[in-house]
Design a protein around this ligand. Sequence first.
Ligand code: CA
Length: 236
Amino acid sequence: MRVLVIEDEVRLAEHLQKALKTIPSFVVDLSHDGEDGQFMAETNDYDLIVLDLMLPVRDGLTVLRNLRAAGKTTPILILTARRTKEDIIRGLDYGSDDYLTKPFDMGEFLARCKALVRRHHGRPDPIIQVHDLIIDTRTHIVRRGNKEHFLPALQYRLLEYLAYRQGAVVSKTEILEHLYDYNWEKFSNVIEHYIYELRRKIDDGFEVKLLYSIRNHGYMLKGPAACPDGRSDSAS
Ligand code: CA
């Protein structure tokens, strides 16, 4: 899940980035003014935007209004020192999804971020299930049959993303854009390796395969019900 934090206080922005990165499925980009932030939000497909209101160059409410006017549906959490009821109502009216005033509790901030991403993907439940594969997005423990895995961060991120999009073919480009930050080029050759590792952990030893490689298109995680011909091409 790729997150954009638009916050001009550099130390706070870096603190938020560090905290968000403790969630293994999150990668975080930073922007320090409203104009640049809006540009980044328009040109990338983020899963969540954390937006300060008092920003240089362009204020946060204008950024919010512009993004919604442009049809961007990315969940937006406003994080601001403004705390009057009018400010909060205005922020929500302009299309923000949640609102947190400074100073705030970091645990609450992270919980709200995770909830927004889940709701955005239409999955308010923190447990994602794909056939008999269970992914707990709170603990990042993955279970199938009697096998339980605590996956390395990059593998977990990939599996969770495929699970949120279960039944859909997800291209390598989409994976790279959502799962890795601006240095994603260096990951482009390791996706196959992560897929191999994931397949070894969740499919090996099970008759029903869940993880598919669709040649020249990408990857798909799905249960047997969604499989048109019941055939697994996991050997490809
Ligand atoms: Ca500010």
